[in-house]
Design a protein around this ligand. Structure first.
Ligand code: BES
Ligand code: MN
Ligand code: ZN
Length: 488
């Protein structure tokens, strides 16, 4: 990860970046933002002369480079900061690391009096925009290793930088877990990664249930879905329990380490990215690790039901009836609707055994998420208006996106089965909505304290875009951490 340093006396001046904002009205040219930082003679004047030239508008992330051979700095960058709010600075950070990937170091002078929130956005942009996932020899690795942020009063920003660093580090962990190929990433591997990531946080309690234990306690959904794989299922349970906590949140994340669809096998194009089908588990685990690292005063128990949905002689079949934790049964007409089966067990367990104040689950649950909302927006469901509002606000502030969807009462009848309590894969359409309604059946007394996000779409992106990098996005980590930080 890039080394980010706050400094009042910038001393690495090979490449210096200065902020530039749009002119005060449409006709006015872009202009440098005063920084208060002491820079080599003539640099500020040169920036002021360069800013108004040509089409440079000072939009967030717009960059103009000036080479100055034999002088200090040898490279001067004008960096557009647009509105100068947190979101703009996130874009600036990501653009800057891309523009300087072939430099070893860059010093960015920050505007005098810049807000800590803006610096948080900037640091998240720097650390997320420079993320890469590569296995093996990386022949095209960026040269950039460090960014110095020059400010007059570094102490005012230490906290914002620390929070941003933890947030980005955990988002990067979620990306790593999700990008990892499924030849490596089986349920036990995922549990091992959680254990490893938690070693620096000794107060975090981790329990991993193996198939024997899952059978003894009746986790029939996890066992059915995991039954077809040579790598057996697991249930990860992480607990962050600070003494001062007054609220207990349970987070649940779908952890299908590969989804072939099972016997109801997926066609080639639909299967090729199904290593990402544990992105919900990655997000809730990473957010919990982040909450513990930041010592947030809220109790968080995190459940990651992990299974590989495979095709084999031991796989569960369409038409099988699964008995979930707690006793509810599902008729499974489509083995590709596996996520809800493992989540149902975890939700029922949370409701019966953990009895939290709030219950939130994240899952790459249906292709219908993208049909309804496109590629960047999660589908959020809850009967609790306040909870929905709070999560939406946190997600939005964090730079992620979700949209609240309905849970229509008159669709509930589609979940009916002649043979079991519920039908796991109704065919009436509205796939993301029906999946949410199915999950709600397992929330018991906590129905009004539950929130679900179908994050199939935003868990992945096809191209670099601001702080997102091609592949896994780590979606949910940033929004969850912001929301958790508002609880106590
Ligand atoms: N993991 C998939 C959903 C998915 C699709 C995630 C595309 C990310 C991108 C899930 O297990 C699934 O297969 N859902 C089915 C449900 C259907 C069988 C009721 C779907 O969406 O088609
Ligand atoms: Mn599936
Ligand atoms: Zn799936």
């Amino acid at each position: 990860m890039l080394a980010i340093r706050l400094t009042a006396e910038p001393d690495r001046l090979d490449t210096v970046a200065l902020p530039v904002r749009p002119g005060t009205d449409d006709a006015a040219p872009a202009e440098p933002v005063p920084t208060g930082v002491v820079l080599p003679d003539g640099v500020a004047d040169e920036a002021a002369a360069l800013a108004p030239l040509g089409r440079f508008a000072g939009r967030a992330g717009e960059i103009r480079a000036q080479l100055r051979p034999g002088r200090i700095p040898a490279r001067l960058l004008l960096v557009g900061v647009g509105e100068g709010d947190e979101a703009a600075w996130r874009t600036v950070g990501a653009a800057l690391v891309r523009a300087t990937r072939d430099e070893t170091h860059v010093t960015l002078a920050l505007p005098a009096g810049v807000s800590p929130e803006a610096v948080r956005g900037l640091v998240e942009g720097l650390l997320l925009g420079s993320y890469r996932f590569r296995l093996g020899v990386d022949s095209d690795a960026p040269a950039l290793t460090g960014v110095d942020l020059a400010v007059t009063d570094p102490a005012a920003y230490e906290q914002a930088v620390a929070v941003a660093r933890t947030t980005a580090e955990m988002t990067r962990l979620a990306r790593d877990l999700t990008n990892t190929p499924s030849s490596v990433k089986n349920p036990q591997w995922f549990a091992d990664q959680v254990a490893e990531a938690a070693t620096d946080l000794p107060e975090l309690r981790l329990r991993v249930r193996e198939p024997e234990q899952l059978a003894a306690e009746g986790f029939g959904g996890i066992l059915a879905v995991g039954g077809g794989s040579a790598s057996g299922p697991r249930l990860v349970e992480l607990d962050w329990h600070p003494v001062e906590a007054r609220t207990h949140v349970v987070l649940v994340g779908k952890g299908i380490t590969f989804d072939t669809g099972g016997i109801s096998i997926k066609p080639v194009p639909a299967m090729k990215l199904m290593r990402k089908d544990m992105a919900g588990a990655a997000a809730v685990v990473a957010a919990t690790l982040g909450a513990a690292a930041l010592r947030l005063p809220v109790r968080i128990t995190t459940l990651a039901p992990l299974a590989e949905n495979m095709v084999s002689g031991a796989a569960f079949r369409p038409g099988d009836i699964v008995r979930h934790y707690g006793g509810l049964t599902s008729e499974t007409t489509n083995s590709d609707a596996e996520g809800r089966l493992v989540l149902a067990d975890a939700l029922a367990y949370a409701v019966r055994e953990l009895k939290p104040d709030l219950l939130v689950d994240l899952a790459t649950l249906t292709g219908a998420n993208a049909v309804a909302l496109g590629t960047r927006t999660g589908a959020l469901y809850s009967d609790n208006d306040q909870l929905a509002k709070d999560l939406l606000a946190a997600i939005d502030a964090a730079g992620e996106a979700a949209w609240r969807m309905p849970l229509p009462a008159d669709y509930v009848e589609h979940l009916g089965s002649d043979l079991a309590d519920l039908h796991s894969a109704p065919t009436q359409g509205g796939g993301s909505v029906l999946a949410a309604l199915y999950l709600r059946e397992f929330t018991g007394d906590l129905r009004e304290r539950w929130l679900h996000i179908d994050m199939s779409a935003p868990s992945w992106c096809e191209r670099d875009d601001a702080e997102l990098t091609r592949g896994a996005t780590g979606w949910g980590v940033r929004g969850l951490l912001r929301w958790l930080a508002t609880l106590s």
